[in-house]
Ligand binder design. Structure first.
Ligand code: DUC
Ligand code: ZN
Ligand code: ZN
Length: 495
């Protein structure tokens, strides 16, 4: 192929960003967008987007890949398979989690994890999970980590080996404030869930549906309220992960109205699934066990409303690599559960031993597009904002999430009219099911470009393992504290 003016030109499509929709061509050189306009010169490679949309590559800022357990267990989804699924589904960058095992330093936890991540085909960054904020972790390890570009911490307010007490959470918030990092929070009340689990087991109620009964919306609402209140006390910006119900979203809206810097994330499962998915024959309800839990029918529509009113800023997958046969029906010692296995007469685990989480890194964009844009709940620009622009802005991913000269050439050519039925057999993840099996969707990605390279086309993944890049995140002003602390006393400088 003779050399063109650009390495790649995407032509003929309707370009959509978080703020604009226009007919245009995109010229790419050295992995970056060089020109956006009309009548651009030839590209060495050309992508025909006639009749299609051209969107910024998706950013999935919350997914679990190849996580290593202290017992030597590894989550089934590898970086190579999970990132193939990401690219096939139109996602060019993701943020996953560096684990901390309780009782261990960060350095001792999950050795070799960053080495494993280098197998990714998509670009990636990390959140650091903090389960044990010892003086060494707080004073030495977190500062070193932030300096290396890991600029967000994840804390859990539930799960036995992961959760923090309020006092520990305050220490993490104060540390993040001093260092200019964002704190992301899993909000559920651990003690309340434990109390409900014991009662449900004592009553002989052990089905997957009881997973939802063990952690109803009030449990999430209380923890969301508490997380925001403690963040407000410290004046540390936070993001509430995976909001599943209107009650929790309302806590975010109320806090925002009084000027607190708090953002909200939700996931396709909370916009499309319900208790009905937990009540399925042959133990298949286990496929829909995730936390926070799925809610009663009707709740999803209320969560959509909080997307529409701007309370929820981001839609991620919370992708988890637990297959139905190997993990959901045969739990090992996953951290994402609460309580030991109770034997049921059918040999299946009780609800509280089923590992929590659903796979969705590849279906996130098609399901959201179909249920959101195609069904008229959100606009095209909202779709881009929720899935690419806001994750980039909120997590400081410079050069990502937009289509402007100078940005990384991460693009998805999207067919808004393609009608598909979601089939696990056609997905690229390593998991043996999708909770959206058989869902009819309208809208599907056809070509995914990552830093100027065509990485997936019509369901075929072309990128090689190891072609993704680590994305270090430097300081960014969007997450600066407000400067308002109770009584004008900034305790985080001393604690
Ligand atoms: N929720 C899940 O469902 N799985 C993993 C972690 C989480 O918070
Ligand atoms: Zn979580
Ligand atoms: Zn998660």
């Amino acid at each position: 192929m003779s050399k063109g003016e650009f390495d790649l030109v995407v032509r003929g499509g309707t370009v959509v960003t978080a703020s604009d929709t226009f007919e245009g061509e995109i010229g790419v050189r050295d992995g970056r967008i060089e020109a956006v306009g009309r009548n651009l010169g030839r590209g060495t490679e050309e992508v025909d987007a006639t009749g299609r949309l051209v969107l910024p590559g998706g950013i999935d800022s919350h997914c679990h890949l190849e996580e290593l357990g202290e017992d030597g267990g590894v989550q089934e989804e590898s970086f190579a398979s999970g990132s193939a699924a990401a690219l096939a589904g139109g996602t060019t960058s993701f943020i996953c989690f560096l684990p901390q095992w309780k009782g261990h330093t960060l350095a001792q936890s999950a050795p070799g994890y960053e080495e494993r991540a280098r197998r990714s085909r998509a670009d990636y960054s990390f959140h650091q999970i903090i389960t044990d904020p010892t003086p060494e972790v707080i004073e030495k390890e977190i500062p070193a980590l932030v300096a290396r570009g890991v600029r967000s911490l994840k804390v859990f307010l539930t799960y036995d080996p992961l959760r923090l007490t309020d006092g520990e959470f305050l220490k993490v918030l104060a540390t993040a404030r001093r260092l200019g990092a964002l704190v992301t929070v899993h909000c559920e009340n651990f003690e309340a869930i434990g109390w409900r689990i014991q009662a449900l087991l004592a009553a002989g109620l052990t089905d997957p549906l009881q997973h939802a009964w063990s952690r109803p919306p009030v449990v999430e609402r209380e923890a969301t309220h508490r997380a925001i209140a403690l963040a407000e006390l410290v004046d540390q910006p936070i993001q509430i992960f995976h909001v599943s119900c209107a009650e929790a979203a309302a806590e975010i809206a109320r806090a925002r109205a009084r000027g607190v810097k708090v953002w909200g994330e939700t996931c396709p499962q909370y916009l499309t699934l319900s208790h009905d998915d937990l009540v399925q024959p042959d133990f298949e309800g286990a496929k829909a066990v995730c936390s926070p839990a799925l809610r009663e029918k009707g709740e999803a529509e209320r969560v959509w409303r909080h997307i529409q009113d701007g309370t929820l800023d981001i839609v991620t997958s919370d992708h988890c690599g637990f297959s139905f046969h190997s993990a959901k029906k045969n739990p090992g010692s996953s951290s994402y559960g609460q309580g030991g296995a109770v034997a049921r007469p059918d040999g299946m685990p009780a609800f509280n031993a089923i590992p929590n989480g659903v796979p969705g890194i590849e279906t996130r964009l098609p399901v959201l597009f179909s249920e959101g844009v195609s069904k008229g709940r959100i606009s095209l620009n909202d779709f881009v904002r929720l899935t690419a622009a806001n994750p980039a802005r909120l997590f400081g991913l410079a050069g990502k999430g937009s289509i402007v000269p100078g940005a990384d050439a991460d693009l998805v050519v999207w067919d808004p009219d393609a009608e598909r039925s979601v089939q696990n057999a056609a997905l690229h993840h390593a998991i043996d099911y999708t909770p959206w099996e058989g869902l009819k969707v309208k809208g599907w990605p056809t070509v995914t470009v990552r830093r100027g390279e065509v990485t997936a086309r019509d369901g075929e993944v072309l990128a090689q393992p190891g072609s993704g890049r680590f994305l270090p995140r430097g300081p960014y002003s969007f997450i600066a504290p407000t400067g308002r602390v109770p009584d004008g006393f900034d305790a985080s400088r001393y604690a």
